[in-house]
Design a protein around this ligand. Structure first.
Ligand code: 3HC
Length: 311
């Protein structure tokens, strides 16, 4: 019976159709989807912290309003994605427990500090720009609820990337001190942004299987290269220097060559030893604990409503 159902599953995936929650799916497919989507959701929620640091310090009401909207969007992205994991049978409380206990990951990029307001612009430009490179193909991922969540997420990411770039363009037209602030932020965020795409393909334990199941549509290195090629002209237009002396156009390849990423730093940060890992997870744990009363009240209200409707 499972052989027949596996053939049907493989046919659906090969035909670029969507696998839906009620469809039969291999346990491994379900498991890696919960792993990837949960970590994506954790990244969105943890990712609120670096920029939220600047909401009360924004230089104008306009910048504060834009930043508020962006951070709220990230919360919404996390909720869509947790909802997608629940269609696979995952439990949101359990996923949060795994996150705060370090048994599930979130994107390494959010373990770096936001030292100046230029970081807010560089995160929008580079981090959300990298997210767009990574998330647009996921609009074609084989699992229906994930693909549909990505369509809305990508529309909002475009706003995130544009507001960051516009902020930086404004600063680059400002004072020499503002221009130095932008270049300092670019120097600090460029290499960690390249790490967002994951380890090199030959060190990626999940890519081959995820590509076969059409969960991932491109490999880590393919998307990293696409991001570099997209970003170089943007940096030139902005008037900043990307901190990589080996970065240059390679006409034979039709792509930019770039320097060696510090994979020791990547695995150290992924392993919990980055500049802000402890702070980010402690903050997430405290928010979850302090919010317990809200979840209990909502559950009690829902139970009361159900009793009254059932009465
Ligand atoms: N940070 C932390 N862990 C990472 C990582 C990163 N940047 N890149 C890879 N890893 C982990 C993987 O999770 C995996 O560990 P696991 O097996 O315990 O999950 C291990 O390193 C090996 O990596 P693989 O390449 O084998 O893992 P994947 O096939 O899952 O590829 C990925 C990693 C490219 C991040 C993929 O999971 C993916 O595309 N995820 C969806 C997008 C996403 O999560 N983006 C994160 C940022 S969210 C964001 O940017 C929001 C925006 O608003 C700013």
């Amino acid at each position: 019976m499972d052989a027949e159902r596996e053939r049907e599953f493989d046919r659906v995936v090969a035909a670029e159709q969507r696998v839906e929650p009620r469809d039969w799916m291999p346990d491994g497919y379900r498991k890696t989807l919960i792993r990837q989507i949960a970590q994506h959701a954790h990244s969105e929620i943890i990712g609120m912290q670096p920029e939220a640091n600047w909401i009360s310090r924004a230089p104008s009401l306009r910048r504060k309003a834009i930043l508020l909207a962006k951070v709220q969007d990230e919360a919404g992205h996390g909720l869509y994605l947790y909802a997608a994991t629940e269609t696979l049978g995952a439990d949101r409380e359990d996923l949060t427990t795994r996150l705060v206990q370090g048994r599930q990951k979130y994107s390494s990029i959010f373990n770096y500090p936001t030292l100046t307001f230029a970081d807010v612009g560089v995160i929008g430009w580079l981090v959300d720009g990298a997210a767009i490179c990574n998330q647009v193909p996921l609009c074609r991922t084989s699992y229906g609820p994930y693909a549909r969540a990505m369509i809305r997420v990508c529309k909002e990411e475009s706003f995130h990337q544009r507001q960051g770039y516009e902020l930086l363009m404004t600063m680059m037209r400002g004072t020499e001190a503002q221009r130095r602030m932008v270049q300092d932020a670019v120097d600090r965020w460029w290499w960690p942004s390249l790490m967002m795409f994951g380890p090199p393909d030959d060190a990626s334990s999940n890519t081959e299987r995820s590509m076969a199941w059409r969960i991932k549509r491109h490999t880590n290195d393919e998307l990293r290269q696409k991001f570099v090629d997209m970003t170089v002209p943007q940096a030139e237009a902005l008037g900043v220097t990307l901190p990589d002396p080996e970065l240059r156009w390679n006409p034979e390849r039709g792509h930019h060559d770039f320097g060696q990423i510090d994979w020791d730093e990547f695995w150290r940060v992924v392993g919990g030893d980055g500049p802000c890992n402890r702070q980010r997870v402690d903050h997430r744990r405290a928010a979850h604990e302090n919010g317990a009363w809200v979840r209990e009240a909502a559950a009690a209200y829902a139970a009361k409503q159900a009793r009254q409707e059932g009465a």
